[in-house]
Unconditional design. Structure first.
Length: 371
């Protein structure tokens, strides 16, 4: 399998292409099957879905909040997500069809239950999306399962990235890649910060670095490959004009085909940014995408809406009394409404004493604890 060969450094010439079907299937198995077929025809190596167990990923109030958007499939966010979620049985059908036509099949594990389910399905690798890159217990568990991982780093600081690497090291897990990603839909060229691919490569020369892009078009993704990204993930759609948050920044089958054809014709390893502009005949957009203004990887302003909608918080895993000292099992990591302390603080609050009682799913904030 190409991805494993890339992770094992047995192949330095191939680029692994993931078609992120995500929730672009509109809740329809027929559409999902057609998308898998089209992704295979376009030359993609893998189709990827997003698996959530809704009460594990979201607090009750996050599921109950109104979701008024032209992209909404329900009146609450929970109804919307329920409409787009395939069952375990449906996943098995999609996996079997992918096997039949020889395309890799996987999903992002968006909570512990989904991680366990995907491990049971024996997918070739599990994706950890940007929303869970700071979900350290999920990363620990995934690493300890020994399954190859592809971990996105959107909405995260460099400090969080270094913690991800520490967690993988502690578990002695070596089969994983980090994806440069900006969680803004679509990402404006000036926010793409493609040079962070080079920075990740310099900082972690032993790791495979990839790119999960949300920009419009394919030129910036081609530049990511020239900068050394070995795994490419783009959202896939049959028609960009459809209802749904991700269609606009997705690629249609012909665009994927054209991206893959270009990548196959690249005959260089890593190219200097100044040469990429000439090679790709790039204009202003590419220039902006390649310029990170000397910035260290950080959480970008354009990512704040996504972080506030889908970023994970620390919440009470069960009802807890005032005065209780927090233990690992007391803390769950969920999308919470309102939000609590950001998930990357998980280890910092263990053993802290609660200043107030908390009900299950209530956010844990600075004010919840005696410091
Ligand atoms: C951060 C993250 O999970 N992002 C995912 C992957 O890129 C997206 O596909 C979201 O699931 C999608 O944009 C959510 O849209 P809505 O809120 O309309 O269901
Ligand atoms: C959120 C996801 O991806 P990314 O962060 O790479 O966009 C995902 O794969 O579910």
């Amino acid at each position: 399998m190409l991805l494993l060969d890339i992770l094992d450094k047995k192949r330095t010439d191939g680029i692994y292409i993931i078609a992120e079907i995500g929730q672009n299937h509109q809740g329809s198995m027929d559409v999902a099957i057609k998308m898998i077929y089209e992704a295979k025809q376009a030359g993609c190596h893998c189709v990827k879905f997003q698996k959530s167990n809704l009460p594990s990923k979201f607090t009750r109030s996050a599921l109950e909040r109104d979701y008024k958007s032209k992209h909404s499939w329900g009146s609450t966010y929970g109804e919307h997500k329920e409409f787009l979620e395939f069952s375990y049985e449906q996943y098995r059908i999609l996996q079997a069809y992918s096997q039949e036509i020889s395309i890799d099949f996987t999903a992002s594990a968006m909570d512990m239950h989904s991680l366990e389910f995907l491990a049971e399905l024996k997918v070739p690798f599990i994706k950890i999306g940007s929303g869970d890159a700071n979900n350290f217990p999920l990363l620990e568990k995934a690493a300890n399962l020994g399954i190859p991982l592809v971990i996105s780093t959107g909405m995260q600081s460099m400090l969080t990235v270094s913690k991800i690497v520490d967690i993988m090291d502690q578990a002695n897990h070596k089969k994983y890649a980090l994806m440069h990603c900006v969680s803004s839909y679509p990402t404006a060229p000036k926010d793409c910060n493609l040079q962070w691919i080079s920075i990740l490569k310099q900082r972690y020369p032993h790791l495979i670095i990839g790119y999960s892009g949300h920009e419009l078009g394919i030129t910036i993704t081609k530049a990511a490959v020239l900068l050394g990204a070995k795994i490419i993930e783009r959202h896939f759609t049959l028609d960009k004009s459809q209802k749904g948050s991700d269609h606009r920044c997705s690629l249609e089958p012909n665009e994927f085909r054209s991206l893959i054809r270009s990548i196959e014709n690249f005959r260089f390893d890593t190219v200097k940014p100044e040469d990429i502009l000439g090679l790709l005949d790039g204009g202003r957009d590419l220039e902006e995408a390649l310029d990170n203004n000397g910035r260290e990887k950080c959480i970008l302003d354009c990512e704040l809406p996504c972080r506030s909608k889908l970023g994970k918080s620390l919440v009470a895993a069960r009802s807890l009394k005032k005065g209780h000292r927090l233990q690992r099992a007391d803390i769950a990591i969920k999308v919470s409404e309102p939000s609590g302390l950001s998930a990357e603080n998980f280890f910092d609050i263990i053993d802290k004493e609660l200043a107030i009682g908390l009900n299950e799913d209530e956010p844990i904030t600075g004010a919840s604890m005696i410091i």
